[in-house]
Each structure stands twice: as C-alpha cells, then as structure tokens.
Design a protein around this ligand. Structure first.
Ligand code: SF4
Length: 472
C-alpha cells in the first residue's frame, strides 16, 4: 500500500478490503496453556479499564453476509438451555480468579449470534450470575444485540431489569432485493415494531446498515440512509460490506441477479455521501462508522464528536492498557500481550464446561505488549488520542515514523493535548490502521486477504483507488 503525498483526496493507491481485526496479530501460538492458566497469566496491574463480552451463538436464521461464530437455534431449544448453564458456569469460575475481578468492568456487551433468542428466564439467570460475580459499580454501558424476529416486550423488560442500557438491532438494509439476498426474513413492519418496543424500554437504540453491495447505486443507498434517519433512533452505524468475509451463497445470489461488484472508489464515495447526508440531518460521527443524533449539532466543533460513544468499541479498537474479557464459545479475551480464544465449537464448549469445569482455549502471546495500539487503532477509529496516553519510548520506531507521515499529510492534527483525525484522515481510517501497523502485523493481514481472495466463490470490486500514478 502506497501513501500518496500532496494535495489529493486519494491519499492511498488502494483500499484495504477488510476493516476490523484483532491487534496485535503477530504472535506465537501456545498450545500448552490451559483455560485457567491462560487467564491467570493476565497481569491486571497496568490495566486502566476493562470490558466484558458475552457470546450467544444461536440464530433463528442465518444471514448470508455473516461469518460470525453462530449456528441455527430456536427459542426454548435444549441446546440453548445447556449453553446458558455452561455460560453461567464460566462466569462463576472466572469470578474466583483475582486477575479477572481486579478491574471492575466499564462496559458489558452481549453479542452473537442473537442474544434476544434467550428466554426471559435465561436472560435473568445470566444477568444474576454477572451481577453476583462482578463489581458493576463502574459500569457505564451494557449493550445487547438483538434480531428483529425475537424482540418482544417481555424480553426487553428482562434485559432492562438485569441492567442493559442500550439495544442494538441488525437492520442492514431496507431494500427488498438485498434483504432477500442476505436471507433477512424479518418483515419491515416487524422491524418498525421492534424499534418501537425497544424505544419503550431503553434510552439508547442503535442499528447497523450495510452498504457497498454488488450493483447498489447511490440512489439505492440514499433511500437506505433516509429511511434509517426516519426510524428515529439515537444512533446508527454504517458499515461497508466486508465481502471477503461473507458466504459464497451471497455471491451466488449476486451472480444470479447479475449484480456486478462495486469498485472500492464507489464505496468510498458512498461513505463520504453518508457523512454529508447525516450531518445535514443533525447527526455527527462518533467513530469510524457510527453516527449519533445530537442536540444542537451546530455546536459540535470536532469532526468526530465526543458527546456520544459506542463504549464497547473502545475495547475493540483499544489502547494498550484497556482490555477485554470474553465469555462463551469462540469469545476472545485480549489483555496486554495475551490473546485467548475459547473453544469455537458450541457443543464442545458446553460439554466440557458442564462435565469438566474446563474450556479448550487457543492462546497467542504477542512479541511484546502492544504499547502502540492507541496510535494504530484507537486514534484512526475513535478519532482522538490524548498525548498523555502515548508512551513514545515504548512504541516501535516504524510506527512513530509512519504516524509522523500521516500527520504531515494532514490526516491527523495536533490539538495541543491530543491528536485528532481530520475529515481527510477519516476517509482513510482503515488504511491508516494498516499503514501504521508494524510490518509483521501487516504481513499477517496481507496473508489473510490473499487467502480469502483466492476463494473462487467470492467476487469483490477493484481495490485500486485511482488509475493514475500521483507524482510524489
Ligand atoms: S447477522 Fe446476526 S442474525 Fe444474522 S446470522 Fe449473523 S449473528 Fe445471526
């Protein structure tokens, strides 16, 4: 990837086709470390704040754009009940380890899969286990991901009762053509009803919209943006669809409908358009792809607002001393130089916990504590980073050098006590995360992109951003 210097919107010669990943990527896999040892290796002393993630890997239907760890399930299934028991067991076990309880969580996130597939009783039992196991006195946000078909007033009440503050719906698109290609079976009437129910229970509601699908026109996208605004929710997140990690069946559908892949320049144009459109409607960006509806938006002087945040994402695109502890099958705990992934098999996870109080884990230890993570991930994604949180002496020279280049190109700006992203920088925030990563981590990403691109069933657009060589 080449950085283009000078006065051009096209600051890079190509676009990275993926936009989120764990960091650090480079490290050694350690197969000998078991569940308990993996977590008790965490050193909580330098950790400033912590997030907890709970994975519910069951969905009523499977969407074709989704490659998350989940499988089919239906409310009331025995497998979901057993999984609930296993999850509660993991919570109770980890709560006996001081390394896990030493830092009270600031955020909790229930993701999946579909957490709203749980019954009200299961929701209350998991909630009770969490409340009895962790000090929630510093909790600022508790978010639950929901799928329209399983939203009911009774479940919303149960989530509210255990402490959930934010509800998030996967909406994706209003366009019937793409809803069909995505295998989204909820009706739009059901969606509007779910949004209403959630509004009666939670102060904050958010939803996701995808864009950049094959054959999508700017007009199609404008309709989605306008309908998203009209839903009246407090925030919405717009993601360019990540075709490299979608299912082949989606691409078979595209081919059947004769929909050509969009070049990445078109996707970039869509994100710039969405920003202008949403700003005009009173929204402001609060991270790389999230928009919040603000009161008096004209009083917001920062390009990326600090008046609203998806606080859980502060633990995904995190600084080095903020960590995340995962619970449930395939969930990831990432603390300093350690990354621990729980058993990816739902049945293996459940059985091993219920029978043996144990979990099979995959453990990776990075070459060093990622002191540079704030610069590499947090600044491009969240749009700001306090200088007091940057330990320059411990950041690899190659990272500071490339940060300096981006600063000189006007993609970040020095605001005295912090660095902030500019509008130009935001246009390229994904590329900047890649560009500032150490070469060893870039290599891991390159290999991943190459591997996925070799999948003959996947079609993706041209990643070249401009067909000209820009003079240095
Ligand atoms: S997008 Fe959500 S509902 Fe659809 S398959 Fe993935 S996790 Fe399940």
């Amino acid at each position: 990837m080449r950085l283009n210097h000078g006065d051009t919107l096209m600051k890079f010669d190509r676009q990275l086709p993926i936009y989120n990943w764990l960091y650090p990527l480079k490290g050694q896999e350690t197969e000998t470390i078991r569940f308990r040892d993996a977590h008790t290796n965490f050193d909580a002393t330098p950790i400033r704040s912590r997030g907890l993630y709970f994975h519910i890997p069951f969905c009523e239907t499977i969407c074709t754009f989704c490659m998350l760890n989940r499988g089919l399930g239906a409310e009331g299934d025995e497998a979901i009940e057993k999984y609930t028991q296993a999850l509660i067991k993991e919570i109770r076990i980890k709560a006996t380890w001081p390394e896990i309880t030493a830092v009270p969580p600031r955020v909790i996130w229930f993701g999946g899969g579909t957490p709203s597939i749980l019954t009200p009783d299961q929701i209350r039992r998991i909630g009770r286990a969490i409340r009895e196991s962790f000090d929630l006195s510093r909790l600022e946000e508790w978010t639950i991901e929901m799928e329209v078909k399983s939203v009911t007033a009774e479940k919303a009440a149960a989530f509210k009762e255990i402490g959930v503050t934010k509800a998030r719906l996967g909406l994706q698109t209003f366009d019937p053509r793409y809803r069909k290609l995505f295998n989204i079976t909820a009706t739009l009437d059901g969606t509007y009803e779910a949004v209403k129910i959630l509004g009666e229970h939670f102060k904050y509601r958010s939803f996701d919209i995808l864009y950049g699908m094959h054959g999508q026109t700017m007009r199609d996208f404008a309709e989605d943006v306008q309908k998203a605004i009209e839903l009246g929710t407090e925030s919405c997140e717009f993601y360019p669809i990540n075709h490299l990690v979608t299912q082949n069946s989606l691409h078979t559908g595209y081919q059947g409908a004769r929909l050509p892949a969009l070049p990445y320049v078109d996707k970039m144009a869509m994100s710039i358009f969405a920003n202008k459109y949403l700003r005009q409607a009173g929204f402001r960006l609060y991270n790389g792809h999230g928009y919040a509806r603000l009161e008096n938006p004209e009083q917001e002087s920062d390009f990326v607002s600090r008046r609203y945040s998806n606080k859980y994402h502060e633990y995904c695109w995190a600084n080095w001393d903020d960590d995340l502890i995962g619970f449930g099958a395939s969930s990831v705990s990432q603390s300093l130089d350690w990354t621990v992934m729980n058993d990816e098999s739902r049945t293996g996870y459940t059985k091993n916990l219920l029978d043996n109080d144990d979990i099979k884990v995959k453990v990776t230890r990075a070459d060093h504590v990622p002191y540079e993570r704030g610069l590499v991930l947090q600044l491009p994604y969240h749009g700001k980073l306090a200088k007091s949180r940057i330990d320059w002496d411990r950041i690899p020279g190659e990272v500071t050098e490339r940060f300096g280049e981006l600063l000189a190109e006007g993609m970040f700006v020095d605001k005295g006590d912090e660095y902030a992203i500019t509008e130009l920088g935001w246009t390229w925030y994904v590329n900047m995360m890649y560009y500032m990563s150490p070469r060893a981590d870039q290599k891991v990403l390159d290999e991943f992109v190459e591997r996925r691109s070799a999948n003959q069933g996947i079609t993706d657009g041209d990643r070249t951003m401009i067909p000209l060589q820009i003079a240095a």
